[in-house]
Design a protein around this ligand. Sequence first.
Ligand SMILES: *Cc1c(COP(=O)(O)O)cnc(C)c1O
Length: 301
Amino acid sequence: MSLEPSAQQASSERTEELCESLAEIRARVTAAAGSAPASEPPQKLVAVSKYKPSSDISVCFNEGQRDFGENYVQELVDKANELPLEIRWHFIGTLQSNKAKLLASIPNLHTVQTLSSEKVANALNKALPPSRTTPLNILIQINTSGEDAKSGLPPLTASSICTSPSTSPSSNSPPSELQKLAKHIITSCPNLRLQGLMTIGSLDQSLSAKETDQNADFERLKETRDILQKWLQSELGESSSTKGEETEGVQRWGDEGTGKLLLSMGMSSDFEAALKAGSDIVRVGTGIFGSRKTKDEMKRL
Ligand SMILES: *Cc1c(COP(=O)(O)O)cnc(C)c1O
């Protein structure tokens, strides 16, 4: 667990500050997750360390934090090079297919949370080195708020999929982009494992939900997951097989333990609400590391 010599050490003041905020966020995650149904898979905190130095990550690592999220491929490559292999890196930024190879070369890349195209899925599937012993976890990003500035595929609604009893099966609507991508990952990308869905959601929803306790973006992601999960089961059969030989008992998608599609939703401002709404993975940056410099400020450095 000792640090590579190239990684700088945080000052004792910074260390103390980080330990305190990480402990506080963990306590809040545990408390909020406790009110979710007991059958849910265990909650997971991803510490979002974009723009923050490796020395900050080391402090959290020494406190037992293992999951970290980064938004930029080159920044992640540089940090992964100087930090311990036990870290589980989550890529949470916009991914272009021409960067897939570089990203896939990181041996301890654990999850890409922001996939939204077959092109990038294929690029990742092809680029993963044979030395990898586990598939790369994939979350498909959903643009639940429909904002132009946000990436991701449109959510599913019950009315967009279901056929009314009076219509014949042939009038089924064709599979959506999300359905096609999910099926493609499962059936054509053996080095990837579809683990769930991710959303960012709108700031408005996050703020208004503080008062109403209902965040429409979180509800949309849950509904989308439920519909997709059902559709995949009818299309491809149960994920967690009890049928033996056919699928050799291997879960082909979803969480390792349950075969359920997981939800990644909730950030510093709304992770408690997200956990109460059933989130499995929350991504917390400023709550742990403090405020970030803006992109423009970074460029001027
Ligand atoms: C930066 C970022 C976060 C963390 O946001 P905070 O508000 O700092 O907690 C979470 N998710 C994504 C996709 C991000 O880009």
